[in-house]
Design a binder for this molecule. Structure first.
Ligand code: SF4
Length: 516
């Protein structure tokens, strides 16, 4: 390591220690104790975390950077945003290209993002182009990527850069986070380091996993105290001359080698710096020596003595059967909230005989804001089937302004879709209309679409699953050999329907409900 880079690493470590409220080791001979402000007994300074949880050796930091970057240069995946970040000479376009990729990659796999990213950058290659797009266009392109508010926020922020910052992207992590709505600490660090070469670390899920394993951090990795430590560590480690590559390398390692369930430690370029791996190796050596009746070559590795805030809690100590996957640990997540929604595929024959479906637009805020869906209504959890059907019929009635018989709705099946915090069950019905209906223009926007138009619209993946279930049911019905195996099939077809699966006419459906 060059003396200059060694000094830089040491200075970064000191800075990180300062930010985290910890102190570096004092000069020899100076006491760790501070004088009491009232002149009483000196107050003890908080003990620094044990060395095994830190990167306190500049030589090791330098070696880790070198090994990780050499591996990245050899093994990195070829990704469109990396190509743009490396080749785009215009700084604002470069920052925008990285920004879009980082927003799309939040909570979404690289393989899924590639196609969306390519289409997005073709359609809106600059901030100015995105600023001029409509929200409907943004939602259409984003459809299927999930977490739909990301696209909306990205576009709002692009408009802000164009209108308030003269189209110039902020160049530092601090400014990016401060000035751009929807840009948090991670995204700001990623844009600043990758696009503008700022030596600032990043901490995302992959980095958390790698750092917790490298330094045996077994405390709850989602707690603010641990997250602060990890940011300090990322800022210490980041390579001063290639910060963007280093950050991407650390994330790439987490995504491809140091994966959650079966990490490939044998192929890991930084295993010699990994405390978790060392511990496993020592345990293996210990076990094999014991097997042959020899004295163990090294003492078994223990967690820190006393109440270490970064070690696994005493109630959940290291479990040898888990190896390095002892880390990271998270407090148990709240189970997702269960929700039921009745939804109706309203179908009619279009002018060319092809089916058309009615879709309506969701409100402009909240879950799936602004997206299109089949007419739907949320249900209470413990409703009887009959009641669910009635609620949906009442809801449809408000669209069409005429009384409706709930029995006319044909049950298709249940479709489950998991959002990040919601376990959603769609109870799917269908209704075929043989004429047009007058929809109340005072209600949410609605339109009839062909199947092709449906897929090109801003509809969620959940609604695509609903249409798929409907089509599957239709195919079953048109194939008499197979028949229908609907769970509720025996009960669902409406009265007036001559046989299960027969589509009702609008006239039959829109009759006044019979008295109970
Ligand atoms: Fe992860 Fe294993 Fe590498 Fe440690 S040695 S960083 S646990 S892959």
């Amino acid at each position: 390591m060059s003396p200059a880079r060694g000094r830089a690493a040491a200075a970064a470590m000191a800075g990180a220690l300062r930010r985290s409220g910890r102190s570096a080791a004092p000069p020899r001979g100076r006491s760790r104790k501070r004088a009491s402000p009232r002149g009483g007994a000196p107050a003890a300074a908080p003990a620094p975390p044990p060395a095994r949880h830190l990167f306190s050796d500049p030589a090791e930091v330098e070696a880790l950077r070198r090994n990780l970057l050499a591996w990245y240069d050899r093994c990195k995946r070829d990704l469109p945003w990396r190509a743009l970040a490396a080749s785009e000479p215009d700084a604002d376009r470069r920052g925008y290209a990285v920004w879009v990729s980082e927003i799309m990659l939040q909570q979404t796999q690289v393989a899924t993002v590639i196609d969306y990213y390519t289409r997005w950058m073709q359609k809106w290659p600059t901030l100015q182009a995105l600023a001029q797009a409509s929200l409907e266009e943004v939602n259409e392109l984003w459809a299927g990527l999930g977490y739909y508010s990301r696209g909306k926020r990205l576009q709002e922020a692009a408009r802000k850069v164009v209108s308030e910052l003269a189209g110039r992207m902020p160049r530092t992590a601090e400014e990016l986070q401060k000035l751009l709505p929807g840009v948090g600490r991670y995204t700001a660090g990623a844009i600043a380091s990758i696009s503008y070469g700022q030596a600032t670390g990043v901490v995302d899920g992959n980095v958390i996993r790698v750092l917790c394993r490298l330094r045996c951090i077994g405390a709850d990795s989602s707690s603010p105290a641990v997250i602060d430590r990890l940011w300090d560590m990322a800022n210490v480690l980041v390579d001063r001359s290639r910060p963007g590559d280093f950050n991407q390398a650390l994330m790439e390692l987490g995504a491809t080698v140091c994966v959650p369930k079966s990490p490939l430690c044998g192929e890991c370029p930084v295993k010699q710096h990994c405390q978790a791996w060392r511990r496993v190796e020592k345990e293996l050596a210990f076990a094999s020596q014991k097997l042959f009746g020899k004295a163990p070559p090294v003492p078994d590795v223990e967690d820190c003595v006393g109440d270490c805030p970064l070690c696994p809690p005493a109630t959940e100590p290291w479990d040898s059967s888990l190896g390095v996957t002892n880390f990271p640990r998270k407090a148990a997540k709240k189970p997702p909230r269960a929700m039921r929604t009745a939804t109706c595929v309203l179908e009619r024959r279009g002018c060319h005989g092809a089916p058309e479906y009615l879709i309506v637009q969701r409100p402009s805020s909240g879950l799936l804001a602004g997206l299109w869906e089949f007419p739907s209504v949320p249900l209470a959890q413990d409703l009887q089937e009959e009641k669910e059907r009635e609620e949906l019929a009442d809801h449809l009635q408000t669209w069409m302004g005429q009384p409706m018989a709930a029995k006319g709705l044909q049950f298709i099946g249940e479709v489950i879709h998991i959002f990040s915090h919601i376990h959603q069950t769609y109870v799917v019905y269908s209704l075929h209309l043989d004429g047009d209906v007058i929809l109340d223009p005072a209600l949410s926007p609605s339109r009839w679409v062909t199947e092709h138009e449906f897929h090109a619209s801003a509809v969620s993946t959940a609604m695509k699953k609903v249409l798929k279930a409907h089509e599957k049911q239709r195919r079953k019905e048109s194939s008499p050999a197979k028949g229908s195996k609907r769970k509720r099939g025996a009960k669902a077809p409406g009265a007036g329907s001559p046989c299960p699966g027969t589509q009702l006419s609008l006239r039959a459906f829109l009759r006044a409900p019979t008295a109970p």
